[in-house]
Design a binder for this molecule. Structure first.
Ligand SMILES: Cc1cc2nc3c(=O)[nH]c(=O)nc-3n(C[C@H](O)[C@H](O)[C@H](O)COP(=O)(O)O)c2cc1C
Length: 205
């Protein structure tokens, strides 16, 4: 999908530090659907990025290229997909730490997640925690001024729904596809994001 002749950009952030992470597999699936819907996509695998802990007051340049990549990717995104494993009834620390770095966007023209649509995904071992983790992320995304997509995917009993890190449950795969398409559609309708600012030479419309 395009806005002002530019392809929309969807950035996926997620996965845990566990090899074969289910939340990473779920994110990959949704991001593929975004790409099929016409968006440019970028996957930020948190295990691969292996980010340092966020430290208030420390300049961005001191955190190194991986943090800079994260910050730049979020800055350029029209929409995001964020996928976490549910730890102790909420989002995993590795996910929250990644979100903490969005503080570096606080003084941007589009601060934090302003004008960006965010699709949320969680995987859990039991029945309840994926819903709770998604709800916890809703609070974080709202605090960051993002717009939560009105479909969230919480995958309970993830251990029986993934094979080799990929989603193997047709029903949840379809929901992930729907979410991937939805964030592209909503970002297109918002007509927001970097495209709008660039198209108007830096003047917010
Ligand atoms: C430290 C830790 C805490 C967890 N806490 C919960 C929990 O409270 N409820 C639950 O249903 N599953 C819990 N789980 C299981 C994970 O939610 C599940 O394995 C999920 O798929 C993890 O995501 P990942 O596969 O991307 O690593 C926990 C797993 C770990 C390692």
């Amino acid at each position: 999908m395009n806005f002002n002749d530019e392809r929309l950009k969807v950035v996926g952030i997620g996965g845990t530090m566990r090899q074969g992470s289910a939340s990473l597999g779920a994110l990959r699936r949704a991001l593929e659907a975004s790409a099929e819907a016409g968006a440019d996509t970028e996957l930020l695998d948190l295990r691969e990025l292996n980010l340092p802990m966020y430290e208030p007051g420390r300049p961005l340049g001191e955190f190194g290229p991986k943090v800079e990549r994260l910050v730049e990717a979020v800055r350029g995104a029209d929409a995001l997909l964020i996928s976490t494993g549910a730890y102790h009834g909420t989002l995993a620390g590795v996910t929250k730490n990644a979100l903490d770095f969005i503080q570096f966007l606080s003084k941007d023209e589009r601060p934090y997640l302003d004008e960006r649509v965010v699709g949320l995904i969680s995987t859990a071992g039991g029945d309840q925690a994926a819903t709770n983790a998604n709800q916890a992320m809703v609070h974080a995304v709202h605090a960051l001024r993002g717009i939560v997509a009105p479909l969230m995917v919480g995958i309970p009993k993830a251990w029986q729904r993934f094979e080799n890190g990929d989603i193997a449950d047709e029903g949840y795969a379809e929901r992930l596809d729907m979410l991937g398409r939805l964030v592209v559609e909503l970002a297109g309708k918002l007509g927001s994001g970097h495209s709008r600012y660039e198209a108007t030479a830096g003047i917010a419309v």
